[in-house]
Write a protein that binds this ligand. Sequence first.
Ligand code: GUN
Length: 302
Amino acid sequence: MTAKLIKGTEIRDQILKEIEEEVKKIKEEHGVVPGLVTILVGENPASVSYVTAKIKTAKGLGFNEIQDNQPEDISEEDLLALIDKYNKDDSIHGILVQLPLPKHIDEKKILNAIDPDKDVDGFHPVNVGRLMIGGSEVKFPPCTPAGIQEMIVRSGVETSGAEVVVVGRSNIVGKPIANMMLQKAEGANATVTVVHTRTKDLASHCKRADILIVAAGVPGLVKPEWIKPGACVIDVGVNRVGEKISEKTGKKIAILKGDVDFDAAKEIAGWITPVPGGVGPMTITMLMKNTLKSLKFKLGIA
Ligand code: GUN
């Protein structure tokens, strides 16, 4: 293996420690802790598992964490009323509605109802606009892209003037990370290309990338010959390709595969993220960071 492994678990631990210390200091100086509500509608197993991890992390950091589980058949009106309640609750600084929502609920309407100043997911159009403008305008960068940028910066990869190629154009990863990397800012200043399902020659674009960020949701899409020797490869793909029995717990767990052919790519890249244990652990971490940030904005110390 020639590539340096970018371990999301290690970077997560560093950042969580930094957050924990800040939470303690703010509690001592201001007598408040960050408040996060996680709203889970129904019992989608993947959502239950994500929300459980978010709650555990928040509690471990000393946050005031409210778990608000709602039945699958909650009406859109009742869900909107619930959001309104938390918008008005001064002890809550972050509101997270776990996605996806059941089909009878308009996801856009729900996300747009969250107070943009409590939108720690960064999905509200106001926060998308703030991100686009950049600089001090940005309040809550969306969690997965923010995690990707932290991984690149903390690994010492040069971004200024780098050719960044983003594979995928989703609202949650592709579009925001492309926007973040082109900003006139530290950890950015890159030349960015976004490629997608209609791009004519994916390979030729990927081959130019000093930093290749892949969020396509297609297992093994990126072939080793598409990688420029020494490039930094960030694999956002978390594809469930089967099941196995965990050696640790004896329980059935999903077999996860990234969008990049890891075994071959690690012999060519300069840096690479594994799946699992790469980008995945960073998303929850950045949610915690955004919730702390929200409290700091409120206290005027951000
Ligand atoms: N479902 C999958 N990922 C996410 C996320 O980052 N935020 C929310 N709210 N729901 C999700």
